[in-house]
Design a protein around this ligand. Sequence first.
Ligand code: SF4
Length: 407
Amino acid sequence: MSTYEGCPQRYKFRYLDRIKTEEESLEAFLGKRVHEALEKLYRDLTLTKLNSLDELSALFETQWERAWHDQIRSVRKEFTPGHYFQLGIRCLKDYYETYTPFNQGTTLGLEERVEIQFQNGERIFRLRGYVDRLTGFPNGVYEIHDYKTSSTLPSQSEIDQDPQLALYQLGLMQRWTDIREVRLVWHYLVFNKELTSRRTVTDLEGLQRQIIQQIHQIETDAIYTPRQSGLCNWCEYRSICPLWKHEARVEALPINAYLAEPGVQLVKRYAQLEAQQEELARQLNRLETERAQLDEAVLAYADRAGVSVLSGGDDELRIETTDEVKAPTKRENPQAWMQLTTFLKHAGKWEEVSYLSWQALARVLRLRLWAPELLLTLSKFVSRTTKRQVRLLPKRPTAEGRIRSPS
Ligand code: SF4
């Protein structure tokens, strides 16, 4: 479920397509080795054997070497496998020194399989999980322990929202009836820090509803969209993921093959076109600004010279003056709009102006198409402005029908 939350596509690869991959991050490798060492420590303890810290470290080292394989990926290039190995040794040492002689309760299970079952209407949901360590006390208190080797420490509120151990609690409460209290315990080994949380029956009921909703969401997902995030760096499916597959394939090519690869060429061409488009848009913007300045200069010149046509070469600039009518809109001035529409409807003119088209109103006023009293009322509703526009046209023929040469 947390895989789905992190990335639906990764969930699909792992749980629907069931794609096995050898790829593993160094962090995941470290986590598994530390878990193995702690499991061995407590397993031997149930048979009364207390391994020394040296024995535990030696076991960790043996397992590290035995399990090492060439598909382990280092995401943080500045840290070598040696750094992670030393981190594992330090986690075990800190843990050992904090909890020795390991007499905090009775170990009831290690890597213990827990079944969780709940019902919604007709439907029964079954979930399965594995508890790192399960501890019991004579007074009916149980502890669910989970080891973490992550390099970030969650806040208490994040821990209190975490569903994983709470689900295990549900499973335990369904398994045994003498449970008086359950403590959820996370060991953040990198920080040698223990975080705990407790869940009430109401919390667990809310969690069940949340889980049912999430199951429904997973079951009805038809796309399983890849979700790009920092997690991608640690994802074992990166080389087959639609978001990264092409990059992984072409990056491995020699430079010439890389440059000739059709996908690479498409990206490069696309980037070129986009850059050209952006440059053209910038040029167009500059031209429009200059054109607006030119319009102003032309109008000012025409005003000073008292002309409405400027002649130059084979062209001329003609200044056209139009009357612009602006009627109130429903959004800007609903009251005025309502009065105007009422007036037009009463006058039987509503259809003629096409539901208050400004152009239609302007035409009525310009050509004085209605009775004078109607035009008078209409003019009270609208504002009129004069708009002047400069247009470039071919030079008009002279009186002799010729076009004068600019020379
Ligand atoms: S690489 Fe990222 S996007 Fe792709 S499956 Fe993995 S987590 Fe999801």
